[in-house]
Write a protein that binds this ligand. Structure first.
Ligand code: NAG
Ligand code: NAG
Ligand code: NAG
Ligand code: NAG
Ligand code: NAG
Length: 566
């Protein structure tokens, strides 16, 4: 037997050695695979970057929303009716003829307004301003659709209020301002985009819905790959990973990695912004200093004196527009809802938040409130979970006052850098996991990351959130729910194509309509940024944030201990 074994020893040695070699070869090839994956990743990265120069990479991915609309759940008859109504309510006037030259397009420098003479003006009354749009050739415009915003203000009093724009669709517009304080008031009128530019934005919204693109990292052991992701991807090009949310039916897809399976998704992040979206004809309507966010001046006076309300009001004025509030001495004064209180010390805030659980969900504009609270209330200690900066989720606790404050971002299409796939939660599912009650405060802000998609996508998302809010209020009617509206922001030729205030305004109108009449408070960030003297910014400055937080706290801790309408 021994002899027999000895005879075969060299054979076994060779066998063992070849086994070892095979193992080594495998390890090396795995590593080189990994290199290959990495290089595939870089190729993809390069092709994404090359989009910055050429647009070779993306036209291959034809995005057509009308086919994507079937990817989500079919809306019910009731939902389809509501969607139809909402879309109809935000229809925008179009130029009567398309393809007008730049010369024939709206020129804010040659357009002007006049203040309508209505005799004596006093607090409680209304100021009407008439706008006449002209083109670059100096001729009056014959159609509407220019995107105008206006405010009335008194710099000395740090007072300001938003105006309401009415489009006659013939080149003329009226702006209505309520008169809310006495003094010299000045009109400020801004053309955000010409009607010709809005036509382009509409086209982008429907045809270039993937102009912001996303990516995910897939990893398993040594292997990793990165692929493109979006709400909708072409079905016929490459296998897809389907991440449609089982609870809501919200669609989300990534291209399937070549070597890894769909379960190996690690994280999600913004991929980038497509370039060369406009023809040279279209880009004429997006010129800084010419036709983006430009003032329109008065042909005469731009200010009037408002007298205090007279004791004997002869007849009460019919107001065309009641804003949600106005600034006076830098402080926001809401015209409906709770009386505003000033929480201008940390002890006032922490007393208000005693025993409360505050949940903030959404984009970076709600995160600003979380950050305001943790910086202004030293007792509110942030717990460190090593969450990625600016992404979260975050949690802060005040043990002495029994307060918990949390922030979590909304689900896809969130444009953050690197959200773990385990943290990609939809707001509606989060709300379904909360008990709620009089000590629970929910704050939601979801708008900015939807601006590149057709409005139907936003309506669907809000429908799911609204359903979850209604379920929560049904469980616990005392739960306080606040929703932040969109706000105005700084725009240049490029950012206009992705984040224009025109997109935000359309989404905002839908949001307001969908939550109207529900026991939900709106934080009117639109008016709070429009009425303020500070230049528009995606992330409003501290002066505005403090007013927003005071508004929220005024609802958490109202002056009179009367519960809100239940
Ligand atoms: C999108 O697809 C629909 C149906 O397949 C088609 O009718 C429509 O013309 C397409 N639109 C564009 C812009 O390609
Ligand atoms: C994705 O998954 C959802 C739910 O499982 C399903 O209804 C839908 O048809 C799938 N979509 C595609 C394109 O496979
Ligand atoms: C109001 O307008 C008049 C006439 O244009 C101007 O002289 C005056 O300086 C303005 N007042 C203020 C406070 O801006
Ligand atoms: C806080 O607000 C109150 C009135 O609301 C005011 O009297 C007080 O001066 C303010 N304190 C600070 C530090 O601003
Ligand atoms: C995704 O996750 C990986 C591994 O955790 C990390 O290195 C990377 O920075 C994350 N972000 C992106 C954008 O890939």
């Amino acid at each position: 037997m021994d002899k027999y074994l000895h005879k075969y020893t060299p054979f076994f040695t060779v066998l063992a050695l070849s086994g070892l070699l095979f193992l080594l070869w495998n390890i090396i090839s795995l590593e080189s695979w990994n290199c290959q994956t990495a290089s595939t990743f870089y190729q993809l990265q390069n092709s994404i970057q090359s989009v910055l120069k050429t647009s070779d990479f993306f036209p291959a991915i034809e995005f057509n929303y009308s086919f994507c609309s079937h990817l989500g759940q079919e809306p019910s008859v009731e939902e389809a009716r509501e969607e139809h109504f909402l879309l109809k309510s935000i229809v925008w006037h179009e130029p009567s003829t398309l393809g007008l030259s730049l010369g024939q397009s709206s020129d804010p420098a040659q357009s002007f307004y006049t203040i309508q003479d209505t005799g004596e003006l006093q607090v409680g009354g209304q100021l009407v301003v008439n706008v006449h749009m002209h083109n670059f050739l100096g001729q009056p415009k014959k159609h509407g659709g220019d995107f105008l915003v206006a405010r009335l203000h008194t710099p000395e009093l740090a007072a300001g209020v938003a105006g309401h724009v009415y489009d006659y669709n013939n080149g003329d517009y009226s702006i209505f301002f309520p008169l809310l304080w006495a003094g010299v008031v000045q009109v400020e009128l801004i053309m955000i985009h010409s009607s010709e530019a809005v036509v382009v934005l509409k086209r982008l919204r429907e045809e270039q819905s993937d102009r912001v693109f996303f990516k995910s990292l897939f990893r398993s052991g040594y292997l990793s790959e990165t692929t493109l992701c979006n709400l909708c991807l072409p079905l016929n090009q490459q296998p897809l990973c389907n991440y449609t949310d089982p609870q809501t039916g919200e669609p989300w897809f990534c291209f399937k990695p070549k070597m890894l399976d769909c379960d190996s998704r690690i994280n999600h992040s913004k991929g980038g912004y497509k370039k060369h979206l406009l023809t040279s004809y279209e880009s004429q309507f997006f010129q800084s200093g010419v036709n983006i966010k430009m003032p329109i001046h008065s042909s005469g006076v731009d200010n009037v004196t408002v007298l205090p309300a007279s004791q004997v009001q002869t007849k009460s004025t019919h107001l065309e527009f009641t804003p949600s509030g106005f600034y006076y001495q830098g402080l926001w004064r809401p015209l409906r809802g709770a009386t505003m209180r000033q929480f201008n010390s940390s002890s006032l805030i922490s007393q208000c938040l005693r025993g409360k659980m505050v949940y903030m969900y959404g984009d970076s504009t709600v995160r600003q409130w979380y950050e305001y609270l943790i910086t202004h209330v030293p007792e509110l200690k942030e717990l460190n979970f090593h969450s990625p900066k600016n992404v979260g989720p975050y949690m802060a606790v005040d043990v002495n006052h029994n307060t918990v404050l949390r922030y979590r971002c909304h689900g896809p299409p969130i444009r953050f850098t690197s959200v773990s796939s385990a943290e990609m939660h939809y707001i509606s599912n989060e709300l379904d996991g909360l008990q709620g009650g009089p000590d629970t405060v929910i704050v939601i802000s979801i708008w900015s990351h939807f601006s590149t998609f057709p409005v139907q996508v936003y309506i669907r998302r809000l429908r799911h959130i609204r359903r979850a809010v209604l379920r929560l209020l049904n469980r616990e009617p005392g739960t306080l729910v606040l929703i932040r509206t969109a706000n105005l922001q700084k725009l240049d030729p490029e950012s206009s194509l992705f984040n224009s205030d025109w997109f935000s305004q359309q989404l905002d109108a839908v949001l307001r309509a969908m939550f109207k009449g529900l026991n939900v408070e709106l934080v009117d960030a639109w008016e709070m940024t429009l009425a303020h003297h500070h230049p528009h910014q995606l992330h409003p400055p501290p002066d505005i944030i403090s007013n927003m937080v005071n508004f929220i706290l005024s609802h958490v801790c109202p002056v009179r201990r009367k519960r809100r309408r239940l």
